[in-house]
Design a protein around this ligand. Sequence first.
Ligand code: GLN
Length: 188
Amino acid sequence: MAKRVGVLAFQGGVREHADMLRGLGCEVTLVKKASQLDEIDGIVLPGGESSTMDRILRRFDMRDQLAEKLQEGLPVLGTCAGLIMLAHHLEDPAPGQETLDVLDIDVRRNAFGPQRDSAVERIETTFGVVEAAFIRAPEVVRVGESIEVIARVDGRVVGVSAPTALGISFHPELTGDSTIHEQFLALV
Ligand code: GLN
């Protein structure tokens, strides 16, 4: 049976993740309400703007249920803004911004410069070389003991994993490289 995977669908790179997951044989749900969290076996938190997604999640009264599901072990892949949302602590949150506190990491937003410094790079990960787009990418500045580092760029941590979660600073869904999504689906 096809894996049922959700993409949090309020904002950001929703379609690219959905296309990638469908290409890998998943049944994709575009998640916009809390009840849909019971219909999926894993979820992608896409890139976009983490503070906006945080605000929308709270307005739609869905933040606490999502945090609870992820903390209980619903498999999750967070890319860029999604990684920021999974963090324990942000060095530079937007005013009032909160995280879902799923991964024992601290994150600095926009650590690789503004939009105009965006770049596509081939980076080493523990899963092999991945072609990755960096767009206002965050950096993981503290990694808890339970967390494995899966990717660095110039010594800076840009990818982490835990038993039910993967978080990356970059966007493989924009380059068509499915390595990270395949690793995520192995958790689902
Ligand atoms: N810097 C953005 C944020 O704070 C993330 C950028 C991205 O997802 N490409 O949410």
